[in-house]
Design a protein around this ligand. Structure first.
Ligand code: SF4
Ligand code: SF4
Length: 534
């Protein structure tokens, strides 16, 4: 079924709850609103249990005979292991402060997309099985039986949550519904219920080192193609190296940067920057993925995929790791990497070879974000910039959920943008839609799949609304972001909701503005378009 047109979609945002109570309202697997199930071959390849072919629209999901015991045992395990999960199951006072903060609720009007009710899908089972009140009073205490219908509901709504954590900003108790979603997804994996859009990239990553399934020589070949594009746009030939032992820095970025527009323009910007400052860096064609779809499956999977960064840095003998523009890669690095796979004693505390700045905050992970690195270069006057080369753009900045809320990176990208373009051409979206209150792109956490397009456009609606306000007020025609998934997903969102707006990277804008030693006069930007509008 085709995605409804924007006005039709707005008209179908529900303003009233369903006639039946939420516990009696079954999930509706309407095309465009759910993800396809994980293919048997990928479940098997990854060693997840119960590989089989099954479909969400069919009545029988072919669950294993003891599925109920497995789920309850899984909940018990996680209550013991994750204190936060236990606390989040107990402390919600149902104040409703989070209710209208989720982009999926705003775009659908479906009460089960209110964070509080999303969490209740799990809490109701917790109460029934793990609390006295739930055992005695049942439904009166908000408890219910675990049935196959509950699993179907989890499947639909834990894959209509992008784990963005916007709701947690507004919760007086700091309840993080994203963590409940993560637990829900983990539990479903235990009985072979998962989605293909996550499993296939994870399997690819194990097989060849990146989500896209690109072999090492194709990864290298693609970047070499971008070297040609850099030369056509700037007249300068850059010379990246691959798998080079003894390089000072291992540069890791999401694989989309090497293959998909508009992310490729960001990678062109990185290469120009590294060339200009003479950085001693290498790509790895084996560790060719910064992203980590393991984060969207299970803690163990996240840990396994993340481990290759340190393993490759050890093999190559580099001093530290520099990471590109990505959202969930940085959530994993910032929040989990050191405890999961550290300590990285084979690496040194990162120090900029150009400015001498020691990145003290990266003492534990030994990994620095490209925006921190570049902002430091600009702050120390190490780059010559011509902001007028970005004059065709009136820009705004979309804070990616994972970098803004997950690691607190909000100033550095803005600092760079305001140095590489005329600050008068930069316009912030409304205050309650940026920084820690930023709205999700609507397709993060492994939901960037075509079969979910209607929900993705619904989820992208609040961001698009905020964007439209600066389009109307200031004529904004570019939304910059520092996440590869955002670059892909927001391209679809703006095509649908805000035609005429482009999506770009911060280092793409930097690459446009950077004055390179010995360069001929620049007439094109990194997209090969004239620098100035005719
Ligand atoms: S804001 Fe927090 S306490 Fe209030 S309903 Fe939402 S999750 Fe529960
Ligand atoms: S984490 Fe994001 S997507 Fe999930 S319930 Fe909260 S606001 Fe909605």
């Amino acid at each position: 079924m085709a995605t409804p047109k924007p006005q039709e979609l707005v008209n179908t945002i529900k303003s009233r709850p369903p006639a039946t109570e939420w516990m009696d309202t079954p999930p509706d697997f309407r095309p465009g609103t759910f993800c396809y199930s994980g293919k048997e071959k990928f479940v098997e390849y990854l060693g997840f249990p119960f590989p089989r072919e099954w479909r969400a629209q069919e009545a029988d999901w072919k669950l294993p005979p003891n599925w109920k015991e497995i789920i309850l045992e899984g909940i018990r395990d996680r209550l013991l292991k994750f204190r936060s999960f236990h606390v989040f199951m107990d402390i919600c006072v149902r104040c409703g402060a989070c209710a209208d903060k989720c982009h999926f609720y705003i775009g659908s009007g479906d009460p089960k997309n209110m964070p509080v009710l999303r969490a209740e899908l799990m809490r109701s089972i917790y109460r029934r099985e793990f609390t006295k009140a739930g055992k005695i009073f049942g439904k009166m205490a908000g408890a219910r039986e675990l049935t196959p219908e509950v699993i179907k509901e989890w499947y639909q709504y834990f894959y209509q949550c992008t784990e963005c954590r916007r709701c947690s900003v507004f919760c007086p108790y700091g309840i993080d519904t994203a963590e409940i979603t993560m637990m829900g997804r983990e539990l479903m994996h235990l009985i072979g219920v998962n989605i293909n859009w996550i499993l296939e990239p994870v399997a690819n990553c194990f097989r060849v080192g990146n989500h896209l399934g690109i072999t090492p020589h194709a990864f290298k070949g693609s970047i070499e193609g971008l070297v040609d594009d850099v030369e056509s746009a700037t007249g300068i030939r850059v010379n990246p190296s691959f798998n080079r032992k003894g390089a000072e820095i291992l540069f890791v970025t999401p694989s989309a940067d090497a293959f998909a527009a508009p992310a490729i323009f960001t990678l062109m910007g990185y290469m120009l920057l590294f060339h200009q400052i003479g950085l001693d860096y290498t790509f790895s064609a084996y560790n060719s993925e910064g992203g980590n779809f393991g984060l969207f499956t299970s803690n163990q999977m996240m840990k396994s995929l993340n481990a290759k960064m340190y393993a490759e840095s050890k093999r190559l003998g580099v001093k530290w790791i520099l990471g590109g523009e990505c959202g969930h890669m940085w959530r994993v690095v910032h929040q989990y990497m050191d405890t999961m796979n550290g300590p990285a004693n084979h690496l040194e505390v990162p120090r900029s070879p150009v400015t001498g700045t020691v990145f003290e905050h990266a003492k534990s992970t030994k990994m620095v974000h490209i925006c921190e690195f570049t902002a430091d270069l600009i702050h120390n006057n190490k780059l010559k910039l011509d902001p007028s080369r970005n004059d065709k753009y009136k820009a705004t900045f979309h804070d990616s959920c994972n970098t803004a809320r997950g690691m607190g990176m909000m100033e550095e990208p803005r600092y760079i943008i305001n140095k590489v373009m005329n600050p008068a051409n930069f316009h912030e979206m409304p205050e309650n839609t940026i920084r820690e209150q930023t709205y999700c792109c609507g397709s993060g956490s492994g939901l960037n799949t075509d079969e979910l397009m209607e929900m993705r456009m619904r989820g992208g609606f609040p961001r698009a609304n905020a964007l439209q306000s600066v389009v109307n007020k200031h004529g904004v025609n570019l939304m910059a972001t520092i996440c590869a998934i955002d670059k892909a997903t927001l391209s679809s969102v703006v095509e649908y909701w805000n035609p005429g707006v482009e999506i770009g990277g911060v280092h793409e804008l930097l690459g446009n503005a950077l004055i390179l030693d010995g360069e001929p006069e620049r007439t094109q930007n990194l997209r090969g378009e004239p620098l100035k509008e005719e």
